[in-house]
Structures are given as C-alpha cells and as structure tokens.
Design a protein around this ligand. Structure first.
Ligand SMILES: [Zn+2]
Length: 449
C-alpha cells in the first residue's frame, strides 16, 4: 500500500529558484509539498504526486521563488507617497515629514496606510516585513488579518511622538503589552524601534539594550544614514553612532541597522564583532542623496545584509525588484567594477540574506523542507523576460515586480492568479483618496502656523 502523504497544497513548477548560503540558482521541474504552514517536501516533480495533494497547482512555465523579505519599511507612509520629493534628508525629515506626522497621524491613518502597504507588498511578492511606525497596535491587527509575516517595532525617540496622547509616554510598557498579546503568534513578532542614535538619549538606548538581552527581542534602528548626522553625532557625543550604540548595549545579534551608509573602519570592525545586521536601502539613500552604503565590504566581512525599500515617502514604492536592480547597479558604480556585486547577491539579500538579518534564517528565506511555506509565483510569459537565457539575471535586471501572480505566506494563499484573497483593493483605493484630501488639509494648516 502506497503511503498517502496528504499535502494540503502541492505545487509543480518548471522553474524553481533555489536559494542557499552557498548559491542562488534555477532548477527545473520541481515539486513542493505543503502541509499546514510548513514546507514538507521539495523534490523532482512526478505525475504521481498529484494524488497526494488536496490542492494541486501545476504552474507550467512559471517560476516559484522564496517570498521576499523587506528588511526596512514604514508601512503607513505609503499614504505620503509622492509628497515632499526632491529635497535633502534633513529638510525631508525635520521640516516636512515630522511636522506632517504630528499634525495628522492617528490609529485610523496607520490602519488604512498598512492596508495599502499590505496590498502593495503582496502584489510585489514581499511576504515578510521589518516594520517601524507609530500605533503598532493597529499595524499588528491589520498584518494579523491580511496574513503577512512581520517584525513590528515600537518607535522610541526623545522628542514627542504623534501617538503620545493615545498610547501614553511609557512606550516600554506598551511594547511589553503588545509582546504579551502576540507572544505565540505564528507570523508576528514585536520588536524595539529606537529611531536613531541622534534621536534617542542614553537612558532610552540602555533600556533598549537591556530589554533585548533579557527578552530576546529584535531591535530595529536607523544608523549612519547621512554624513551630516554622523558628524553632528560625533561633535555632540564625542564618539561615533556605532561606538555609542555598542557602549550602551544596543549593538547585538538581532539588532537590525537600516542604512549604514557612513561607517569608519573602526565602526565596521565593531559591527562585525557585535553580530548585528545591516539593511541596504538603495532607493531611499539615492533619492535623498544620502550616499551609497559600502555593502560589498560588509559582505566580505560576512556581516548579514538584507534589502529594504524604506517608506514610500522616500522610494516611492515597496518593490524589492526595483531595490535589487538599483542596489546592484549602485554597488558596481561605487566600486567602478561591474563584477563587484552580482545579481545573485541581490536575490540573496532579498530572500535568505534578509531572513538572516532578521534572525529568521531557520524559518524563512528559502524553499526547503522544514521551513514555513512562504512562496511567490511569477509569470515568465512576458516580453522583457524572453528569451530565458538566465533567469537569475532576469529577476534582478529585467523583472518589474508586477509579474508576480500568486503569493503564499505561512501556507495560506494571499494572492492567486493576481486575485487578492485577504485585502480589498477598491476599498483601499477609496480610503487612500480620502486620506489624500486629509493630507492636503493638514498641509494647509501647517502653512498657516
Ligand atoms: Zn526608515
């Protein structure tokens, strides 16, 4: 009697993106057996496998790849898309974004902004998010409902935050409450989000380090994004941002440092010793004129590097396909050497590299038995993906992102043949338009002040 394996979903694909720490390659004619939220089997495809599966997808000429990991994002900022473009980082953050957030941001803004970002992320094949924004209670609720995987970090800073009145001033108490609520969640984890070394005082950073160590919590922080920020930090604190983070106990494994554009040699050694990880945000760094992060050097030192979009107010979309393409080209340009950073490195950072940066490399980032079932299917029957000389190259240098047709997270189908299963695009568009007029009113009020 043949053993009945009883997969909930079986997938046969002509093309399969195999990602491991050794290499990124495309394999032919593979079968993936999924049971519950887990990948149970990855093997060569045979006609007999269909009968072992409650549902069976034959993807034909499509490619299946691991779900992508957006290592640094502020989801509700999708509602600010297209506002405040073409200004420097300091003007953008201190004169434009922070005053607008203080005037406008509410739990409803976060709820609707996260919904829009969830629709966009799923549409572009992003299955895991490393999120930092206000009103995490709302973000967690929406992400739980739509089915995405995420670390959601509580912002901490020494200046007033838009959520102070509703959440209270003790953000550490709030983060513990949220952590308790989501402690056993299969997809969501609550983290600590000190905004940046320049925006947090020593007491806050010390407490963050202590909590992370005692409770095993991840830390998500912006570090060394602009040269000016690093210079000002050194003249105020008499040490580099990295050195201060290390001294206060913030720099440790599962500390996810976004940007890391301007680091001295001493800082890079500190980073390597600490076990902290880097998230590369090429679009945001280029658009705000912040610089090109020395990613090739971090990779040479075996520092984990993920890839992020940053918020849609500085990108202006949440597609990692754009980030892979631009990110690879900026590294080549900075090195003056096209071989310095290859397509495989970009795909690795967008998948298993990002998972490693988040400390989730045993759970996600590649399609392997024992990992959670987070998969993306892409349609290759597109003019710009022909002929199929090298699909790794095509995914990085030719794909746009909207070729994604189906998305599975934790074994659950979130999009099938471009149909969204857990979000309602027309309702989200209507709400976003309503926010557009609210934003215009808020900007008018700010001009009067
Ligand atoms: Zn950011």
């Amino acid at each position: 009697v043949a053993e009945v394996k009883g997969f909930d979903l079986g997938i046969r694909a002509d093309y399969f993106l195999n990602v491991s720490s050794q290499k990124v390659s495309v394999e032919r004619n593979r079968f993936i057996g999924i049971k519950g939220n887990q990948i149970e089997e990855v093997t060569s495809a045979k006609a007999s496998q269909k009968k072992d599966c409650k549902r069976y997808w034959d993807l034909g000429g499509r490619i299946v790849m691991p779900g992508m990991v957006n290592g640094h994002v502020h989801l509700p900022m999708t509602l600010f898309r297209g506002l405040e473009d073409d200004v420097s980082f300091h003007t953008w953050l201190f004169e434009r974004i922070l005053p607008l957030e203080a005037e406008l941001v509410s739990p409803a803004f976060v709820r609707d902004g996260v919904e829009l970002a969830a629709w966009e992320s799923i549409r572009f094949g992003v299955t895991t998010l490393n999120e930092m924004y206000f009103f995490i209670e709302e973000a967690l609720r929406v992400l739980d409902r739509v089915g995405l995987r995420a670390i959601v970090s509580q912002p901490l800073a020494m200046f007033p935050l838009p959520e102070d009145k509703l959440v209270g001033l003790d953000k550490f108490a709030h983060v513990l409450k949220m952590r308790k609520r989501y402690g056993l969640h299969p997809r969501l984890e609550v983290g600590l989000g000190p905004h940046a070394p320049y925006s947090c005082d020593d007491a806050q950073l010390k407490k963050v380090g202590e909590m992370a160590r005692e409770l095993g919590m991840p830390i998500h922080i912006h570090v060394a994004e602009t040269a000016r920020e690093v210079e000002e930090h050194i003249s105020k604190h008499k040490e580099s941002p990295l050195s201060r983070l290390e001294r206060l106990g913030v720099l440790r494994p599962r500390t996810i440092c976004a940007h890391m554009v301007h680091l001295s040699e001493a800082d890079r050694s500190l980073l390597k010793k600490s076990g902290a990880s880097v998230v590369y945000n090429p679009d945001s760094n280029a658009k705000l004129g912040s610089g090109i992060a020395p990613i090739c050097d971090y990779l040479k030192r075996s520092i984990p590097v993920g890839l992020g979009t940053d918020g849609a107010a500085s990108n202006n979309d949440l597609s990692l396909f754009g980030a892979m393409d631009l990110g690879a080209k900026l590294q080549k340009l900075a090195a003056g050497d096209p071989s310095a950073y290859k397509a495989e490195s970009a795909l690795y950072s967008a998948t298993l590299g990002g998972a490693t940066a988040l400390g989730w490399q045993d759970r996600i980032g590649s399609i392997e038995a024992g990992k959670r079932a987070d998969l993306v299917v892409m349609d290759l029957n597109q003019p710009h993906l022909n002929p199929r000389n090298d699909l790794v190259s095509h995914l990085v240098y030719a794909a746009q992102g909207l070729e994604v047709t189906s998305v599975i997270v934790d074994g659950k189908v979130l999009m099938e043949d471009r149909n969204m299963k857990t979000v309602d695009p027309s309702a989200i568009s209507r709400k976003a338009e309503r926010w557009r007029s609210q934003i215009q009113k808020a900007l008018a009020r700010l001009r009067e002040k």
